[in-house]
Design a protein around this ligand. Sequence first.
Ligand code: FE2
Length: 158
Amino acid sequence: MRLLLNTCAEIEGVIGEIYRYFADQVVCPERLRDIWLKMASDEDRHARDIRFFARVNLDKELALEKLSRVQADQYLSRVRSILAGIKISEIKEGEALRVSKKLEQDLLDVHLTLAVEILDEKTSRMFSCIVQNEKEHLAEIESYVRSTEDAGGKTFDS
Ligand SMILES: [Fe+2]
């Protein structure tokens, strides 16, 4: 359990790094930069919260069937390779938005699974809070895309 939670915390950290990289490197309006920076600091906070619970839970067996360590490890490799990929090619705003949206959707699924599957009530509640936060991120990205497209300036494929 502890290893699984630590892997989850690491995933959050890498995703935070991806958003910080977008905020720093992608040519985009200030508003989107601020959204990415806020998302990055939220993901960092999630990572800290999850690490805290990983320590508290120590070796407690919290039944988890749907999300195995193997899946968590695979997801960690995926986000790491996304981070490596965006660093080697110039990434445009539309592509960065698409990546952000996909990451948030995936995170939502993972955290929802954890919130439902974890038997420990406090840990489960923490994941529910994270789920709420990821929903806000997704809504923020979607609202940015909508308002930018409505303003007629750009069209982002998603
Ligand atoms: Fe998020």
